[in-house]
Design a protein around this ligand. Structure first.
Ligand code: PLP
Length: 469
């Protein structure tokens, strides 16, 4: 029985475990195995089953390891800085649900808040105090925000903020930056980094040329290119949207003065400056990148951390602009589950944890140790890399020569993605889960303690040796 059990899929093991070995008779076990066989036919059982019923086996493209080779494990659960797959393998996790889990997986305070909210009801389609509380907290934390509208994803937040910007200015065009991702709304899938960069589909099929033509994309960190676009399209630019720290071409920092220049140029041209802080909001600092760099946008988009791991998005700004949103004003935007009580409860609990003294100092020190340790480990093995980091976000770029900088999309895509793929798999073998693309940021959480970092750095030294060899 033991031998048989070790060869069985986890779902069957669970079935036997739940009922007790002596209560599982042969016929019931065979019946159970037959049902499972309908889904599990190859060695990669659960992923093959997913691929049969979900396009590519994933519900967001970058979760598939298309450019890396191999298949992603299905994750059964997470705790603190660790995720555990269906076979019980543990990994130190730097994906963290793509950023929201700044407190780590399954934080007890967040779980308690969500459970309490769920007991009161999963949603009402009517206003709740949780929405007001979260909105008030966001408006207090973000210097540019007097009013905010909660939505259900970062995509919705960016799409809606730009609709509002077009309405507020009476103009049609948006300037964005190559390699910045603002969700998958039609007019924003232009040079959109991240999954698009990884999959080499900078423009999606199905996006009408007329929609894409509403967006001009210029190089990140290039204030002159922005000035040229403003000159060429004088009086027609509604907004400039930017990731104030870019996270979707790998992590790229704004050059000194870049964000301030965007502020000045928007003011001079009568356009709105939109900071997409879906990733950076509450990650790089309490109050986001606008606080860290002291530049005030007109509108801010949020997501990820403000929902603590439950789907959410938000956009906000000064009252005079936000009052144009329906039903206060003429800009229509709505959502059945917007401001959902589970999301507001998880978000509020998360932000409370972050507000506690020392959270950002701890994140800074742990992330700094990780980044410098990675640089030292790579140098020891003779692998050229550059580590870009702001707070608890970082990317290890496999540059072609040591000392090369990565300041924009062109410099990011010039990196050695084959070396990254070797490193990724070597780290996975060592029990470290990295974001599966050269063009993504690693996320560090409050649950990443000294042991997790030490484990990661020891693994990285061996992984760099494999890259070098
Ligand atoms: C900067 C940025 N904006 C917008 C989005 C879209 O958010 P969502 O995936 O919640 O739609 C993302 C997602 O990663 C993002 O990183």
């Amino acid at each position: 029985m033991l031998l048989l059990c070790s060869a069985l899929p986890r779902a069957v093991k669970d079935f036997i475990h739940e009922r007790g070995v002596d209560r599982v008779n042969g016929r019931r076990l065979i019946k159970r195995l037959r049902r499972l066989a309908a889904f599990h036919v190859t060695d990669d059982l659960p992923y093959a089953a997913a691929q049969r019923v979900i396009p590519g086996g994933v519900n967001s493209p970058v979760r598939a390891w298309k450019r890396l080779g191999g298949n992603p494990p299905l994750i059964a659960r997470g705790t603190g800085a660790t995720v555990i797959d269906l076979d019980g393998r543990r990994y130190v996790d730097y994906v963290l649900s793509w950023g929201p889990l700044l407190h780590g997986h399954a934080h007890p305070r967040v779980l308690r808040a969500v459970a309490a909210a769920a007991r009161r009801g999963l949603g009402f389609g009517a206003p709740t105090t949780g929405e007001t509380e979260l909105a008030r907290l966001l408006c207090t934390a973000l210097p540019s925000m007097q009013q905010v509208r909660l939505v259900s994803s970062g995509t919705e937040a960016c799409m809606s903020a730009l609709r509002l910007a077009r309405a507020a200015t009476g103009r049609r065009l948006t300037i964005k930056f190559d390699g910045c991702y603002h969700g998958h709304a039609d007019h924003l899938l232009v040079a959109a980094g991240s999954g698009c960069a990884t999959l080499n589909t900078p423009d999606s099929a199905g996006v009408p040329a007329a929609m894409a033509a509403l967006t001009l994309s210029v190089p990140y960190n290039d204030a002159d290119a922005v000035a040229a676009a403003f000159r060429r399209h004088r009086g027609r630019i509604a907004a400039v949207i930017v990731e104030p720290v870019a996270g979707n071409m790998g992590l790229v920092l704004p050059r000194a003065g870049f964000l301030a220049s965007l502020r000045a140029q928007c003011d001079a041209a009568g356009a709105l400056l939109v900071f997409d802080e879906v990733m950076t909001g509450f990650r790089v600092a309490w109050g986001g990148a606008q606080t860290l760099y002291d530049v005030k946008p007109d509108l801010t988009c949020l997501g990820k951390i403000i929902g603590g791991g439950v789907p959410i998005g938000a956009y906000g700004g000064p009252r005079r602009i936000m009052q144009q949103v329906s039903p206060a004003g003429p800009v229509y935007q709505a959502g059945t589950l917007s401001g959902n009580p589970l999301a507001t409860a998880a978000g509020l609990a998360t932000l409370e944890i972050l507000r506690e003294s020392g959270a950002y100092e701890k994140l800074e020190s742990v992330s700094g140790r990780l980044a410098s340790g990675l640089a030292i480990a790579a140098e020891k093995q003779g692998v050229p890399i550059t580590v870009n980091r702001v707070g608890s976000m970082l990317t290890v770029f496999f540059t072609r020569t040591s000392g090369s900088l990565v300041r924009n999309y062109d410099e990011a895509v010039a990196c050695d993605t084959a070396a990254f793929a070797r490193f990724f798999h070597a780290m996975l073998d060592e029990g470290i889960m990295l974001p599966p693309s050269q063009f993504e940021a690693w996320f560090v959480s409050l649950a990443h303690d000294a042991d997790a970092i030490a484990l990661t750095l020891a693994a990285a030294e061996r992984a760099f040796a494999r890259v070098a060899g």
